[in-house]
Design a protein around this ligand. Structure first.
Ligand SMILES: Cc1ncc(COP(=O)(O)O)c(C=O)c1O
Length: 480
């Protein structure tokens, strides 16, 4: 069936009939492949494993435990029902004062309490998705653009661009220096935009990074602040993964730079933080997004705009109670980081056993996996071919680097915090099997450039796994 008939084009708006939504990407296609054939350990053991979704489910038992012990926080319980009427009736777009206070405190805690946040600057929105759009609406006009270092979160193409008419201009970061952002890359992107007559209104960074899982060091953040001040453009710092850091070096927020690094010039009116509870707390369904701007006019405008995407007062009430519980917050953040770190190690080690390297990282819910050696050639077509092979035959949905605008083919993002230990084993077994088959095929074809080392004992374990999806080499299959 044709999706959009000629008639629809006449009946509907350009937004409704166009494809500016940015969802025509393998990033979203992979999700569909999973939905059509989802893995289940007993009901569908050969189904697709979802490793394309940055969800934090590793510490959800800690939240459940808190909820059980605090039934009054959910106002639809006998213990909480007395608060129901007042909460259900409240509709001020400033949000519940206790909610803003608790979120400001939590934001400080996830930044090591080295900075404080003013509850009166907390503006809520429908997740970070809504926060980005509102911020873009406040800072730029249709046709204006934001610089964004690559690789970057695929959803930005939708969130910042679709309804606002704002454009994104990539700042190319490369594997040679572990994708670190440099002054040179910023200057080059800015100059190119100027030549192309594109008006740059801001720079959008994601720190810690999705998809890299790495963090910007203090020096890089100083470069960023100097750069935006010199160019007189805005800085939006997406810090949605602030609480997922599980190792050293720790996280440095842009808030710390502007508070502590007094020797560099900084116009605070240019600085805005986007935050959300989707990743740090594992609550993407609650749609708690935050815009924290140091610019009063932006706070005012964003607050009015937040009418279009408020967080329900029931959720605000619950979050206020939960995040005000210091003991719980400490235990949760520590427990979550510990589990994320452990999972990261398991995956890295498992992949290393078959010679797959990942970018060293210590935050986020994913690995940035280097499969360049498995590409037939160094092109994005070859990357897509490999991605299709992995999704169709290895039955793992990972996301290709091209969907994050990575400038080099062969990198893939692998999410690891949305599954249980057993599924981890199955997914690693499948990857081992895949690499083994691939290596055999290449050896028999006299390929010399792929030298993978792996422990044969571990591999034999995996080869005997009942979950092996391959009757024969997937690469042989793919080329037929
Ligand atoms: C960097 C980044 N920003 C924003 C979002 C959107 O988050 P939310 O679920 O809060 O809308 C995501 C989600 O994956 C993300 O990774």
């Amino acid at each position: 069936m044709e999706l959009m008939s000629v008639n629809q084009h006449q009946l509907l708006s350009k937004i409704a009939t166009g494809d500016g939504h940015g969802e025509n990407s393998p990033y979203f296609d992979g999700w569909k492949a999973y939905e059509n054939d989802p893995f289940h350990p007993t009901k569908n053991p050969n189904g697709v494993i979802q490793m394309g979704l940055a969800e934090n489910q590793l510490a959800s038992d800690l939240v459940q435990h808190w909820l059980t012990n605090n039934p009054g926080a959910s106002i639809c319980t006998p213990e909480g029902v007395r608060a129901f009427k007042a909460i259900a009736n409240f509709q001020d777009y400033h949000g519940l004062p206790e909610f803003r206070k608790a979120v400001a405190k939590f934001m400080a805690r996830t930044r090591g309490n080295r900075v404080t946040f003013d509850p009166d600057r907390i503006v809520m929105s429908g997740g970070a998705t809504g926060a980005h759009e509102v911020t873009a609406f406040c800072l730029a006009d249709p046709g204006d653009a934001f610089l964004v270092p690559t690789p970057y979160y695929a959803g930005f193409d939708r969130d910042l661009r679709w309804r606002t008419g704002v454009e994104l201009v990539p700042v190319i970061c490369e594997s040679g220096n572990d994708f670190k952002l440099t002054r040179k890359a910023l200057e080059e992107a800015f100059e190119k935009a100027e030549k192309d007559k594109i008006k740059i209104k801001g720079l959008l960074i994601t720190n810690p990074s999705n998809p890299l899982g790495t963090m910007m060091d203090r020096e890089t953040l100083r470069i960023v602040v100097s750069f935006i001040n010199e160019k007189q453009i805005h800085l939006v710092s997406d810090e949605i993964y602030a609480g997922t850091v599980f190792g050293e070096p720790g996280f440095t927020s842009i808030a710390e730079i502007i508070e502590q690094e007094r020797d560099i010039e900084c116009d605070r009116d240019l600085i805005h933080i986007v935050y959300s509870l989707s990743k740090d707390m594992g609550f993407p369904g609650f749609r708690v997004g935050i815009i924290y701007s140091y610019n009063d006019a932006v706070v005012n405008c964003a607050r009015k705009m937040s009418s279009f995407g408020l967080v329900s007062t029931q959720t605000q009430y619950l979050i206020a109670s939960m995040l005000s519980d210091d003991e719980f917050v400490e235990g949760y953040l520590e427990g979550s980081a510990k589990r994320l770190g452990k999972r990261y190690e398991v995956f890295c080690r498992g992949l290393a056993q078959v010679g797959i390297k990942c970018l060293a990282s210590n935050a986020g819910l994913f690995l940035w996996m280097d499969l360049r050696r498995l590409l037939k050639n160094a092109t994005f077509e070859a990357e897509m071919e490999l991605w299709r092979l992995i999704i169709q035959q290895v039955k793992i949905n990972i996301s290709p680097g091209s969907s994050f605008h990575c400038s080099e083919p062969g990198w893939f993002r692998v999410c690891y915090a949305n599954m249980d230990d057993r599924t981890v084993e199955v997914s690693l077994a499948r990857m081992h099997n895949f690499v083994h088959q691939n290596t055999q095929t290449k050896k028999s074809c006299n390929y010399r450039n792929l030298r993978l080392s792996f422990s044969s004992r571990r591999l034999d374990d995996f080869m005997l796994s009942p979950h092996s999806p391959f009757p024969q080499s997937p690469l042989v299959k793919a080329s037929t």
